[in-house]
Design a protein around this ligand. Structure first.
Ligand code: G3P
Length: 227
């Protein structure tokens, strides 16, 4: 399962990149609104930091298919290869996906997915990824993890190449559950990244090892001090 950062704040992105294995960054209009200003200034800085090989997902915001197509081309023109254009999985979005797949090489992430059938249709339209919103589905009284797993099953049963990029997580357990069943990718907010491995028993174990070493080797000593 690939891990991506669901954020546009460069300092937060840098912090996660420093400590975790990350394949890229996903954004949406709400995420961009938290930074403000010219969205391409933000996105170019992110692209500059993560490099041209990393995945960058950027959402189109027009409502009509033809405009979404123009917007998708513009986004990729500015941000380069390995930029996935997020297009909502609604009828105008499906139309835009079909046009883009027929007329360009643009990579598409179908977004705002709350139901398995949205993902299936998006996959049939040629989307590379489908992004179910796990936590938002939970908040509607359904089971977001089940929906994400069903989508994965639908792609596999129908021999489709579309992959799941699960989004909208509230906690690390949701991420773990999808990791266990081999979901292709998960995009996670920075605070959830740290929660993935947050456990006081782990820190205690590490601190105890260091204390035991120092008990015979001396304070602040490590293997570097011996030959
Ligand atoms: O980017 C889409 C998705 O990650 C939204 O997450 O936390 O706003 O439900 P959230």
């Amino acid at each position: 399962m690939k891990l991506l950062i669901d954020d546009a704040r460069l300092d937060e992105i840098k912090k996660i990149y420093e400590f975790f294995p990350v394949s890229g960054v996903t954004t949406n209009p709400t995420i961009l609104s938290k930074v403000g200003g010219n969205p391409f200034d933000t996105l170019k800085k992110i692209r500059g930091f993560i490099g041209e090989e990393a995945d960058l997902h950027v959402q189109a915001v027009n409502r009509r298919a033809e405009k979404i197509v123009d917007e998708a081309k513009h986004i990729v023109e500015v941000l380069g290869a390995n930029t996935y254009v997020k297009i909502p999985a609604v009828p105008e979005g499906f139309k835009a996906m079909k046009i883009l797949v027929e007329t360009s090489e643009i990579l598409i992430t179908a977004t705002a997915i709350y139901t398995p059938m949205q993902a299936f249709i998006a996959g049939q339209c040629g989307a590379s990824y489908a992004a179910p919103y796990v936590n938002r589905i939970d908040n509607m009284g359904f089971n977001g993890l089940t929906v994400a797993k069903e989508i994965q099953q639908i792609f596999s049963s129908n021999r489709m190449e579309t992959e799941v990029i699960a989004a909208s997580f509230k906690n690390s357990q949701q991420v773990l559950e999808l990791c266990k069943c081999g979901i292709s990718a998960a995009t996670i907010a920075p605070e959830i990244f740290f929660a993935l491995i947050k456990n006081s028993a782990i820190n205690d174990a590490v601190e105890n090892f260091i204390a035991d070493f120092e008990s015979f080797a001396g304070k602040d000593k490590s293997m570097l001090d011996f030959k």
